[in-house]
Design a protein. Structure first.
Length: 315
């Protein structure tokens, strides 16, 4: 890349000694949960269920072999229902030294739910991961990346270190959990351009346009993103779904991408938990998010409360 990208100036970060940028390969092990959450009657569709079960049955073992051959650790976001359905798969992920993080219980729809309902989803997912593999996750990714305004406080209440669901940055940052609450949580932003769902995801009546992209196109696009993140010193986060990116040619392309990212000089390839802990330990600024209130639409106007950044005083 001839021209270095300009850094995310709102979220400055310095990486550990010897590194100039970070990258993480993450996997949402949805299996059947996301289609069931979308439409519970989908359990009656045998072929659809087989499409989703390809993830834990075939793809996860293949992806674990790739990560082992490339000698890197990934972050696997596992819904509680997936953990209960495929306990050996989740234990195999953990036993290989990868991070297991929280992704809801049944990949529940998050839009418009109240705090009590969301807390129930979080607690049921935590219980499943604990029972299946003795895991207490430090990371969370909301199903469909749909975080609610009450979510950060609910996560901190349960001891989470970070979330990876928002889309407003190229580098991790610390965010206040709520107005008037002095606690904060690390946010590691994501991007729809770095999600395999948008490149490959298709099932009739469920998702997608029917246009399934070539792995060569996805490899080119993700390579360009990785190079730009590297040149600007930010954080490249790729989101994969095993039932999508674990298919043969896509898995080969993913390994080629991992090799390219590893070859970038000074690129720290690690888990989101490692990136989050570094952010918590080294970044001082605490961010809030702009809030927009539209009491009645149309005709009543709207109010805008801007985002803020502050550095807490040390005690």
């Amino acid at each position: 890349m001839n021209q270095p990208a300009f850094a995310d100036s709102l979220h400055p970060i310095t990486w550990p000694q010897g590194y100039q940028a970070a990258a993480s390969f993450t996997f949402d092990v949805d299996a059947e949960s996301c289609t069931i959450a979308h439409d519970p009657s989908s359990t009656r569709r045998m072929s659809l269920m087989s499409h989703q079960s390809y993830g834990p049955k075939i793809a996860v073992p293949r992806l674990l072999q790739i990560l082992d051959r490339q000698d890197i650790k990934g972050t696997f976001f596992v819904p509680g229902f997936t953990a209960e359905s495929y306990p050996d798969v989740v234990r195999r992920i953990a036993d290989a030294g990868h991070e297991v993080a929280h992704h809801g219980y049944l990949h529940e729809p998050m839009q418009g739910i109240d705090a009590a309902t969301e807390a129930g989803y979080l607690d049921r997912g935590l219980e499943a991961l604990a029972n299946v593999a003795g895991i207490r996750p430090v990371g969370y990714r909301a199903p469909w990346w749909e975080l609610n305004w009450q979510s950060p406080a609910l996560l901190v209440d349960r001891g989470f270190l970070y979330d990876s669901s928002l889309l407003d940055g190229d580098a991790p940052y610390r965010m206040a959990v709520a107005e008037g609450d002095r606690r904060d949580i690390v946010e590691i932003p994501v991007d729809w351009a770095l999600d395999d769902w948008e490149q490959y995801g298709f099932y009739p009546g469920v998702t997608g346009s029917g246009v399934i992209e070539s792995p060569a196109k996805a490899l080119e696009m993700w390579t360009l993103e990785a190079q730009a993140h590297h040149s600007q010193g930010s954080c490249f986060v790729l989101t994969n779904h095993p039932f999508i990116s674990g298919r043969p040619s896509r898995a080969v392309a993913l390994e080629q991408l991992i090799e390219r990212v590893k070859e970038l000089d000074g690129m720290w390839v690690t888990t989101l938990a490692e990136i989050a802990q570094h952010t918590k330990d080294t970044v001082q600024e605490i961010h809030t998010h702009a809030r927009i209130e539209v009491p009645l639409f149309p005709g009543a106007g709207a109010s805008f409360r801007p985002a803020q950044v502050h550095v807490p005083a040390h005690h």
